[in-house]
Design a protein around this ligand. Structure first.
Ligand code: ZN
Length: 288
């Protein structure tokens, strides 16, 4: 090759490199679209966000079928295309869920009652938050900010209104959400509420259903799990005795176990959980 050819080759390579680098760095804030099979810190961030929202998800930076199924479930609940792919729209919705404030673009046929139902809030809540002068008149394209509890949105969207009653009365020694584990001393998500009661206190079914699990569930101790309508399950952990059998149908209020401190517990209490599918919800939002 002649020197001019070398120069040409060098210039071409340099231009190519500049284009590649420009593509990589021009949009530093632009997130990549996440889908099944991907790995990386952005996948970890997504999983952390899901964990924040109350899902039992492993934060391992791998977008596997578990993560994909959760995304589909959320997309479906929010009226998005349930393709399991996390693009701009899904990310925005997840952020809003996390913040507890949705922004909704008014569609033809929307009214405040409909929106209040959809987002599990009240007409006056939406009206006040947006300072609406004339709440009866919404214009298509108008953007409304809707304050709401994230879990309430999801449970509402999943069409489950099941009436529950307290499985036992007692002091709530630990609530739902992040906490420092009393035994392990590490920060983790507590997927239920702990109700402190004396050993041997009768525990009753929060709603009518079928016994789908009975036995020792590791840290959760001697447990009973009931399945109810709408894919809802209720979980009762740390018991000293179980008084129902697998497959048995139980009525709301029926005694299913005696409290205790089996599994990883510092004292006798009931760890009560409610799940919709794989997702835990705050029992206090469901109990009267
Ligand atoms: Zn607990």
């Amino acid at each position: 090759m002649r020197p001019t050819h070398y120069r040409l080759l060098f210039v071409s390579l340099l231009s190519f490199l500049i284009v590649v680098m420009a593509t990589c760095y021009a949009l530093p804030g632009e997130a990549r679209v996440l889908k099944r099979g991907m790995r990386g810190s952005d996948v970890s961030s997504l999983q952390e966000m899901l964990a924040d929202l109350g899902y039992d998800v492993m934060v391992d930076g791998v977008f596997g079928s578990e993560t994909e199924n959760l995304i589909k479930e959320i997309q479906e609940a929010l009226g998005l295309v349930a393709d399991g792919i996390v693009g701009q729209q899904t990310t925005a919705m997840l952020r809003e869920l996390q913040d507890g404030v949705f922004h909704h673009t008014v569609q033809r046929g929307d009214n405040l009652t409909k929106l209040a139902n959809r987002y599990d809030t009240t007409v006056s809540n939406i009206s006040n938050y947006n300072g609406l002068q004339n709440p009866d008149r919404l214009l298509p394209g108008q953007v409304l900010y809707i304050p709401t509890g994230s879990m309430a949105v999801l449970s509402r969207s999943l069409n489950t209104k099941l009436s529950m009653q307290w499985p036992v009365k007692g002091r709530i020694s630990s609530g739902y959400g992040y906490r420092i584990h009393p035994v392990l001393k590490t920060r983790h998500f507590h997927g239920g509420i702990d109700i402190a009661v004396a050993e041997g206190t009768p525990i009753s079914a929060a709603a009518s259903g079928k016994v789908i699990k009975v036995g020792n569930l590791g840290n959760y101790g001697l447990a009973v799990v009931l399945e109810h309508a709408g894919g809802i399950t209720t979980w009762y952990g740390h018991n000293s005795k179980v008084t129902v059998r697998l497959g048995e149908s139980v009525k709301q209020g029926q005694i299913i176990a005696m409290s205790g401190r089996s599994g990883l517990a510092t004292g006798p209490h009931l760890d009560f959980r409610i799940k919709i599918g794989d997702q835990t919800v705050d029992p206090l939002e469901w109990l009267p």
